[in-house]
Design a binder for this molecule. Structure first.
Ligand SMILES: [Ca+2]
Ligand SMILES: [Ca+2]
Length: 344
C-alpha cells in the first residue's frame, strides 16, 4: 500500500514538474490511499464490478475508482484518450487525468470529482468523455456535443409521467420533441438559460417531488403517497394547507394526479378551469378538498384566491412556459453559486 495525500492534487501544469522515477505502480484511490493494481496482462477473469483497462505494461482488471499513479506509465493507455499522472508539487503520487475540465480548481480536484468524471453509465471506469462530472445524467461528451455545461447540473426537478414522479428528462439537442418510452411526444426539448442542460419541457407538466427530486421555486410539496409528493402553489387558495391544496391537482373521480385546470380544489366536482370559484367554501357535502375534512375548507379561505394566482404556476394548458421560468430562476441561483465557487 502506498501512502498518498491526494489533496490538493496537482494541476495539469504541474506535470512539467514530474520527474522520472524508477518506481511505477498503477493504483486505485481508496480514501486517501492509492491501492496498487497488479498488471496481470489479461482480462480473462474480470469480476462484474471490474473493468478491463489497458496500461502501457498490459491489460488488467481494475475495480471502479479514481486511478492513481506515480508516473504517466501508470495511467491507462488509450490511442484516443491521453491520461497523465497529475501530482501536486513534491507529492509522490497523483491521479490519472485527461486534459479536460474536472470542474474544480486544477490544484484542488477532489477524488470524488475524478470518480464522477470517469464513471461510465455501467458504473465502471470510463474515459472522461463517457463520464458524468456533474451527475446530471448526461455524459460529458454528450454535453459538449449539445453545447451544455458538463460541470453544471440542472436542479433535480420532478415531473409526473407514466404514473410516477420522474426526474425531468434530459435531451441531446434543443428544439425537437421529447418522447416517452413508447415514442409518444410528451413535450419539447428546451435549453436552460444557464446552459446546464437541455431538458424536456413537458406539455401540461404536473410537478412532483420525492426524496431526491424537488419542486420548482415557489411551489411546495404536498404528500401524495408514502414516497411521492405533488407540488402545489400556496397562492391557489390562500390560507389552505398543502394537504388541502393537493386536491387542486387531483382528478375528482380517480384521485390521480392531473394538471391544475383539471383538478378540483374545493371538491365540488367542477374542475378548476370551469369553476367560477375554485376555492369555494360551499364544498360538496360528499367530501372536503383534502378528503380528510369533508365540507370544511381550511381557515383563512379567501374567495377567488386561486383565480389569478394559478396563472403564475403553470400547471395549466395555456401557461406551461411559466413553469419553466421557475426552473430558470432556480438555475440562475445555482449558476451564480458555481461562479462564486470557481472564482475563489
Ligand atoms: Ca453531465
Ligand atoms: Ca450539465
Amino acid at each position: 500500500m502506498l501512502d498518498l495525500d491526494l489533496r490538493p492534487l496537482a494541476s495539469l501544469a504541474g506535470l512539467a514538474l514530474l520527474a522520472a522515477t524508477a518506481h511505477a505502480q498503477p493504483g486505485v484511490a481508496v480514501g486517501n490511499t492509492c491501492e496498487p493494481v497488479t498488471i496481470t496482462g489479461s482480462c480473462d477473469t474480470c469480476a462484474t464490478r471490474e473493468s478491463c483497462i489497458a496500461f502501457e505494461a498490459g491489460p488488467t482488471c481494475v475495480p471502479f475508482g479514481a486511478l492513481c499513479c506515480v508516473t504517466d506509465a501508470d495511467c491507462p493507455y488509450d490511442a484516443v484518450h491521453t491520461l497523465s499522472c497529475a501530482r501536486p508539487p513534491g507529492a509522490r503520487e497523483g491521479l490519472c487525468l485527461e486534459a479536460q475540465d474536472y470542474c474544480e480548481d486544477a490544484d484542488a480536484v477532489s477524488v470524488d470529482r475524478v470518480r464522477a468524471c470517469h464513471r461510465g453509465s455501467n458504473g465502471l471506469w470510463a474515459p472522461w468523455a463517457d463520464g458524468d462530472c456533474d451527475g446530471d445524467g448526461m455524459h460529458n461528451e454528450a454535453e459538449i456535443m449539445a453545447g451544455t455545461d458538463p460541470c453544471l447540473a440542472p436542479p433535480a426537478l420532478g415531473v409526473w409521467l407514466d404514473g410516477q414522479c420522474n426526474k425531468v428528462p434530459l435531451c441531446a439537442e434543443a428544439g425537437g420533441d421529447c418522447v416517452d418510452g413508447a415514442g409518444e411526444k410528451i413535450g419539447t426539448c428546451v435549453r436552460y438559460d444557464d446552459g446546464s442542460a437541455i431538458a424536456c419541457q413537458v406539455d401540461d407538466p404536473i410537478p412532483c417531488a420525492t426524496v431526491e427530486l424537488v419542486c420548482p421555486a415557489g411551489l411546495v410539496a404536498a404528500p401524495y403517497n408514502e414516497t411521492e409528493s405533488l407540488c402545489v402553489d400556496p397562492g391557489w387558495c390562500p390560507g389552505w394547507s398543502s394537504e388541502a391544496l393537493i386536491a387542486c391537482v387531483l382528478d375528482d373521480e380517480t384521485r390521480t394526479p392531473t394538471i391544475y385546470a383539471e383538478g378540483d380544489c374545493d371538491g365540488d366536482t367542477d374542475e378548476n378551469d370551469g369553476d367560477e370559484d375554485p376555492c369555494g367554501i360551499e364544498a360538496d357535502a360528499g367530501g372536503g378538498p383534502d378528503g380528510g375534512a369533508p365540507g370544511a375548507p381550511p381557515p383563512g379561505l379567501t374567495f377567488r384566491g386561486g383565480g389569478g394566482c394559478a396563472c403564475r404556476v403553470g400547471p395549466r394548458r395555456d401557461a406551461p412556459s411559466l413553469w419553466l421560468l421557475a426552473l430558470a430562476a432556480a438555475l440562475g441561483l445555482s449558476r451564480a453559486a458555481r461562479r462564486a465557487r470557481r472564482s475563489r
